[in-house]
Ligand binder design. Sequence first.
Ligand SMILES: Cc1cc2nc3c(=O)[nH]c(=O)nc-3n(C[C@H](O)[C@H](O)[C@H](O)COP(=O)(O)O)c2cc1C
Length: 374
Amino acid sequence: MSDFAPTPFDIPSDAGGKDLGIFLPIANGGWILSKNKPELDGSYAYNRQCAVLAEEAGFDFVMSMSKFRGYGGETHHWDSSLDPVVLMAALSEVTSKVKCWTTVHTILQNPAVVAKMLATLDQVSNGRSGLNVVTGSYKGEFSQMGAWPEGVDHDARYDLAQEWITAIKRLWKEDSVTMDGKYFQLEDCQSWPKPEKRPFLVCAGSSQRGMRFTSEEMDAIFLSGAEPEELARASHEAKADAASLGRYVRTYSMMTVVFGDTDEEAEATAKHYAEGFDEGALHGMMRAYGFLDAEIGKENAFTKKARSSFMAAYVAGSSQTVIDKLTELFSVAETDGLMLIFPDYMTGIPKFGREVLPVLRERFPGKVKVGNHG
Ligand SMILES: Cc1cc2nc3c(=O)[nH]c(=O)nc-3n(C[C@H](O)[C@H](O)[C@H](O)COP(=O)(O)O)c2cc1C
């Protein structure tokens, strides 16, 4: 555990509680590769409703990813996706409490452009903005638009990201920034408005280099992993690494929740999704991840896991089972929050808000804040 205190961002983890958020389905199909799942069109109308429901249900944040190329297949998985910055500006206008976190790829956008985008989002959202910083990992997504930096390998892309975020942080504070970096050069670069408060920064790097970048520059990390023990190890490692640099990093993970009135019903639903597994979309995903064409169509550990059809960890059960699993997760892993995915957000968000969230708040209350009135 870390001795360092988190910078407050008006979220439960400021005081040891759990930050609960929604991963918005901004790309069609959400996070289930199946022909049998409920239709998720990735439209603005659907995402708007998600954000409104998330706020009503008492969630702390909504986050959108950034995607430029889908996986195809019979379901055309992720072939259509919204721009996350424009989207979060709009969602900031239809909400007033929930934090609105967007995503930007560091290899795509000039830091001075992003400094201004986020300062704008900060005003529109009245201080609720946040940024998921992603380097860009999948070549085809960027080479299709001539934006893949050849000769800049995985770790070097994090060096680039580090210069990028350094430039942005300076532009948010300083009147004029001059910086002669390897990747970015700023010469008397000026950027107003400044955000009232620095936007919340999060990264989902799972590599050693990605984790180090997060320890140095970010407020939170999304850990990959499903099992509580696995997440406990990753969370302790991330916090210890940040602490070695005199910083505090919050740790989050992801969970897909498949509700049923009974566990049997929920498990049957999960099985139904698996039976409709979209093999073509799997091949598209493998191509995006850089599997050699010769490997595609063969069985390996990756395809075996993918065949559940869930792209993230999932729990299928009654509300009580979901409460038990998430209680175990937080108790064992000691993570600071969770970002949720639902097969059908329209029913999943309100049900979670009514039946699960109040129990988690009670079980993991954090410290009561004192001294608010001086
Ligand atoms: C919660 C979460 C959100 C992510 N969002 C995006 C995204 O919007 N766009 C993207 O290209 N990659 C996204 N990623 C991938 C990560 O940024 C990261 O590249 C990946 O986890 C591999 O880690 P590494 O970059 O350290 O190798 C996301 C990953 C997670 C777990």
